[in-house]
Design a protein around this ligand. Structure first.
Ligand SMILES: [Zn+2]
Length: 195
């Protein structure tokens, strides 16, 4: 996190500036509490900066003798914000890994997704951060991450294309090297087949 973090009062003043710039009067009654609410919302939307995704994985190793098949968590819903427009990205992440003796509680994977999603992001970076963190901390035989995201900077402005989602993926280890593992993962998550 940046050392020169502005004060809450400065953040609220910045919101008033944007309200004025948009053409409204931040002193009118309906907008008086808006800067406070926006700053509160930012604390929630960007709580990922205060979160350590690696810690979720480090704490929760379990030895499961013998289980060496694919583990997949699909449809992990997330909300993020694009770093280019500060506009929402609403999507789902699908994460799979092939354990090498160690597994983690499934909720921990969702925590990792959330910790990175709750920051300013580009979808490609989000995808890579999730896969790299799982790969480095858990050291599975392979990991695959697929993310589907709808970018509101695209659906509500600019080209105004609704219903478009962007799909990104990152495959490491056996997911990258072995076409059968990759195919099994993609079949499990069923991306783009009318869900
Ligand atoms: Zn954007």
């Amino acid at each position: 996190m940046a050392n020169d973090k502005p004060t809450r009062e400065q953040a609220e003043a910045a919101v008033r500036t944007l309200l004025s710039w948009a053409g409204d009067d931040p002193r009118r009654e309906g907008l008086l509490d808006t800067p406070k609410r926006v700053v509160d919302a930012y604390s929630d939307w960007f709580s990922g900066y205060g979160d350590d995704p690696r810690a979720y994985l480090e704490r929760t190793f379990e030895e499961v003798a013998g289980y060496d098949e694919l583990i997949v968590l699909r449809d992990i819903e997330f909300e993020s914000h694009c770093e280019h427009h500060m506009a929402p990205i609403i999507g789902k992440a699908h994460v799979g890994y092939l354990p090498d003796g160690k597994v983690i509680g499934i909720s921990k994977i969702a925590r990792v997704v959330e910790a990175y999603a709750r920051r300013f992001q580009v979808q490609e970076k989000l995808t890579a951060q999730i896969s790299d963190t799982i790969n480095e901390v858990l050291q599975p035989r392979g990991v695959g991450v697929v993310i589907e995201g709808a970018h509101e900077c695209m659906t509500t402005r600019g080209v105004h294309k609704r219903g478009v989602s962007m799909i990104t993926s990152k495959m490491l280890g056996t997911f990258r090297e072995d076409a059968r593992t990759r195919a099994e993962f993609l079949r499990f998550i069923d991306v783009g087949l009318g869900r």
